[in-house]
Ligand binder design. Structure first.
Ligand SMILES: NC(=O)c1ccc[n+]([C@@H]2O[C@H](COP(=O)([O-])OP(=O)(O)OC[C@H]3O[C@@H](n4cnc5c(N)ncnc54)[C@H](OP(=O)(O)O)[C@@H]3O)[C@@H](O)[C@H]2O)c1
Length: 298
């Protein structure tokens, strides 16, 4: 059977990696980019270069989008000429965006007779095409299943995460939160080591075991408690956490380091204590974080 034809819109660092991954799997690829010169490496690798988005839409069965955002996508696709060429075809939106934008895009596509799948990339361009890489997809499960073989070119683990088109973006944003929280936590610890003359390489090797022990244990317990809506302390109460964090903050001040990170962490725990979760686990901080801003205790 002939491989599916695919057009990739956007030859930034991510779009170029996506197009290369399709080419590596013998799919006929057409590329388009606003700045045409960025298509040259892909042309040299075997892709066709479309002169316009209309031509790119006409060229392939599937159109994969990798642009700065959804706004740029709309400005390119929402023209009568492009819509005409996309009818009966598939759009896979891989630009980063909000869940609302994903739902709106799906509604627009379906209203115009275009199949739509929304995706989120949890990789750098260097991770594209690797067996262990993960992409999230949401929206039409039928569209996902029909295009799964094609999507596997981009990441060995294409995961369908829900029929709500916004759910891939939701998971993207929430996992990015883990990425920044964990990474800044690590950097903050490195600054503490630095202030005490402790070597950062030894600090890193001490941190690694936490990633397979204490942290997954805490996450598993938190997930269970959030689902049950009950946080009764089994290991450490929030009172104990607050006392420990206050002590840490004193240390950070004493070493004349930036206090913002620790104040933020302590602030959340104190709010949960103020709400009455004194004898509950750290997971009770979820009750603070889930509140809409206008209802939060100041
Ligand atoms: N790079 C990563 O590690 C990574 C990881 C996960 C997700 N993503 C997502 O992948 C998407 C692309 O990222 P990237 O790293 O490839 O970014 P990039 O290298 O900055 O490329 C951005 C692309 O968007 C195009 N673009 C921007 N505004 C446009 C407009 N108004 N009209 C038409 N084209 C427009 C650019 O065209 P020009 O070349 O003409 O400027 C370029 O093709 C983003 O949504 C990003 O969040 C990236």
């Amino acid at each position: 059977m002939a491989e599916k034809t695919v057009s990739v819109i956007g030859m930034g660092s991510m779009g170029s990696a996506l197009a290369k991954a399709f080419l590596a799997n013998n799919h006929p690829v057409t590329v388009w980019n606003r700045t045409a010169s960025k298509c040259t490496p892909l042309e040299q690798a075997g892709a066709k270069v479309a002169k316009s988005v209309v031509d790119a839409a006409e060229a392939s069965q599937v159109m994969v989008i990798s642009l700065l955002n959804y706004e740029a996508t709309q400005s390119l696709l929402q023209t009568p000429e492009v819509i005409e060429k996309l009818k009966g075809k598939v759009i896979v939106q891989l630009s980063t965006g909000f869940p609302r934008e994903a739902r709106e895009s799906e509604a627009w596509a379906n209203q115009n007779g275009i199949s739509y799948l929304d995706g989120a990339i949890l990789e750098y361009p260097t991770g594209i095409g690797k067996e262990e890489s993960v992409f999230f997809y949401s929206g039409s499960e039928k569209v996902f299943e029909e295009n799964k073989a094609l999507l596997r070119c981009l990441a060995g683990n294409p995961r369908f995460v829900g029929k709500d088109a916004g759910h891939a973006a939701t998971l993207d944003i929430s996992t990015i939160s883990v990425y920044y929280g964990a990474s800044l936590g690590f950097l903050h610890g490195a600054a503490i080591c630095n202030s005490e003359g402790f070597p950062v390489d030894k600090y890193l090797s001490a941190t690694i075991p936490l990633l397979s022990g204490l942290i997954p244990d805490t996450l598993n317990m938190s997930e269970k408690m959030i689902n049950e809506g009950s946080y009764t302390a089994k290991i450490a109460t929030l009172d104990v956490h607050v006392a420990g964090l206050k002590h840490l903050l004193e240390f950070i001040k004493e070493n004349r380091l930036d206090t913002a990170f620790m104040e933020c962490v302590l602030g959340y725990c104190k709010k949960a204590v103020d709400m009455g979760y004194t004898q509950d686990e750290l997971a009770a901080v979820f009750e603070v974080m889930k509140m809409k801003v206008d209802k939060k205790i100041e």
